[in-house]
Design a protein. Structure first.
Length: 266
């Protein structure tokens, strides 16, 4: 169930007025502040309806952190001709090649050409109407993410002797992956932009939750059985994960932040 909005306030940060929405979520263990540039706002989650004033005070105390997040986020990169974007952790160039029916019929509206064939960076080539480049690249990346995450999740499900009830790929901004009590797995399609070992870690992490719905020692032992050296993947997400949300974003605003102090894969 989506937490209900309790209160709307405003903060003055860096010469701009930033809306602050306070939501109550009884499952939260503490007050959590999240910066959402896509909405141009700050979202505060509190475990208690009676702590509304304290939650707002906590958000005000984080003013410097919020301003730093707003300042450090790099500009958005829409999916358009000539844009450089990561794919499986490596730099690629989007190349609009016009209306070429023979290529579209043979390869589909979007396909990737290796660097050995381009003489430079790998290219993600797009055909059709130029106004549809953003949508077509997004759809292609989601398809690639769905295929890869399905394959890796099922691989780890076999390893852990569990069975997901469903695997979905979405455009989430607060979690890279999740596992519900009904064994339904959900992942962010933007993981296809990250290095393969990072996507692998998130897949193993969420599948392990089918066995252990917590972050206790037995859970981490199970993850370590699958990925003995998972710490680099965790660190990569902590450092580089928020920046993935700028790719394909609207130029006027992007998500910048995630939960402060929240585990990157949860």
């Amino acid at each position: 169930m989506k937490p209900a909005s309790l209160h709307l306030d405003y903060l003055q940060i860096g010469g701009r007025t930033v809306p602050v929405t306070v939501r109550h979520n009884p499952r939260a263990k503490r007050v959590i502040v999240r910066v959402d540039l896509a909405a141009g706002s700050v979202q505060v989650t509190t475990p208690s309806k009676r702590n509304l004033g304290k939650a707002l005070l906590f958000a005000r105390e984080q003013r410097e952190w919020i301003a730093e997040r707003l300042h450090q986020v790099p500009p958005p990169v829409p999916f358009r001709n000539g844009a450089h974007i990561p794919y499986r952790g490596k730099e690629n160039v989007i190349r609009y090649v016009g209306v070429r029916r023979e290529d579209a019929m043979a390869k589909g509206p979007v396909w990737r050409v290796r660097s050995v064939d381009t003489g430079g960076l790998p290219e993600i080539r797009v055909t059709g109407h130029p106004d549809f480049v953003q949508r077509r690249v997004t759809d292609w990346l989601k398809m690639k993410a769905r295929d890869e995450l399905n394959e890796r999740a099922l691989y780890y499900a076999d390893m852990f002797d569990v069975r997901p009830s469903r695997i979905t790929v979405r455009d989430t901004t607060t979690r890279w992956g999740s596992c519900s009590p009904s064994r339904a797995l959900s992942f962010s399609w933007r993981l296809i932009l990250a290095p393969s070992y990072v996507l692998d870690y998130v897949a193993a992490h969420e599948v392990a939750h089918i066995r252990h719905m917590n972050h206790g020692p037995r859970f981490w032992a199970l993850v370590e059985d699958a990925i003995p050296n998972y710490e680099p993947a965790k660190r990569w997400l902590e450092i580089n994960g928020p920046g993935l949300h700028r790719f394909g974003a609207d130029p006027v605003g992007i998500f910048a932040g995630g939960y402060r102090g929240h585990h990157p894969a949860r």
